[in-house]
Design a protein around this ligand. Structure first.
Ligand code: NAP
Length: 249
């Protein structure tokens, strides 16, 4: 099958770096996000004609379906779909807003669901495909001031696990990506020191390596992910005590 990947969330950060990484490895990349100008700049930076801009708002169900259909018609069958669009809004107790939760759910979960619904018909028809959902290590267990973001990322891990059962039967490879801290516009807003912070090019390389493996979960930097996984296995009282202490929150 032709190497055509649809990356949603490609105008900056991890999605953008992954688009360049995959384009340099021979993939034709259909790059989506809301900001068309950034997508055009990305297309110009990639190898000749390898990256094509398909602006879309991931929260718009029909626009996602139309975009996937346009890619299939104009570029070819989507072999791999990477859903990396996401945003982060911290939830300190004195700024606990329902509208922020709605926004996080709409973009981080709704946007991914809209994308999956858009590629599923093609995957089912061809009995082939590769689905990649970008979650986060923040989805493993609750973390301070991240009740909205963490909840959306936990939802994505569970959603992807659930889907894998069905997609296994039709030959679709399913993976969830759980990055630790990666330097992007999203984390540039964080006022706290970020342990094991990774540069975005290194993250994209690690992600692409993981996508080529048979692992269900792709995570990087590995050491940070393993620390959080180990913390997650602790009894609740010890987990809360250590995270309070470690974050000072
Ligand atoms: N950086 C980290 O440390 C880290 C760690 C764990 C997980 N992650 C996850 O990795 C993914 C990428 O994050 P990043 O760090 O690369 O952040 P980023 O640089 O802010 O990129 C976010 C991407 O999502 C797109 N996006 C946001 N809302 C959208 C919408 N409604 N429709 C379409 N596209 C939308 C943005 O494009 P437009 O604004 O142009 O629409 C942008 O391309 C996110 O899911 C994030 O939660 C990041």
């Amino acid at each position: 099958m032709a190497k055509i990947v649809w990356i949603v969330g490609a105008s900056s950060g991890i999605g953008r770096a992954l688009a360049l990484e995959m384009a340099r490895d021979g993939w034709t990349v259909a790059a989506s996000a809301r900001r068309g100008e950034q997508l055009d700049e990305l297309a110009a930076e990639g190898p000749d004609g390898a990256i094509k801009s398909y602006p879309v708002d991931a929260t718009d169900e029909s626009a996602c379906a139309e975009t996937a259909a346009a890619i299939e018609e104009q570029v070819g069958p989507i072999a791999c779909a990477v859903f990396a669009a996401g945003t982060h809004i911290p939830q300190p107790l004195d700024d606990f807003k329902v509208e922020d939760f709605r926004k996080l759910l709409d973009i981080n979960v709704g946007g991914v669901v809209n994308g999956i619904a858009a590629v599923l018909p093609g995957f089912k028809e061809r009995k082939a495909g590769h689905l990649v959902v970008v979650s986060s290590v923040a989805g493993y267990r609750g973390l301070p001031q991240a009740s909205g973001y963490g909840a959306t990322k936990a939802a994505l891990i569970n959603l992807t696990e659930s889907l894998k059962f069905d997609l296994d039967h039709i030959g679709v490879k399913t993976q969830v990506v759980c990055p630790g801290f990666v330097r992007t516009p999203l984390t540039d807003k964080n006022p706290f020191p970020m342990p094991f912070l990774m540069e975005v090019e290194d993250a994209a390389q690690a992600m692409y390596r993981g996508m080529k493996s048979s692992a269900f979960e792709v995570t990087f930097p590995k050491r940070f992910a393993y620390i959080l996984k180990a913390l997650g296995l602790l009894p609740d009282w010890l987990y809360f005590k250590l995270v309070h202490k470690g974050t000072g929150l």
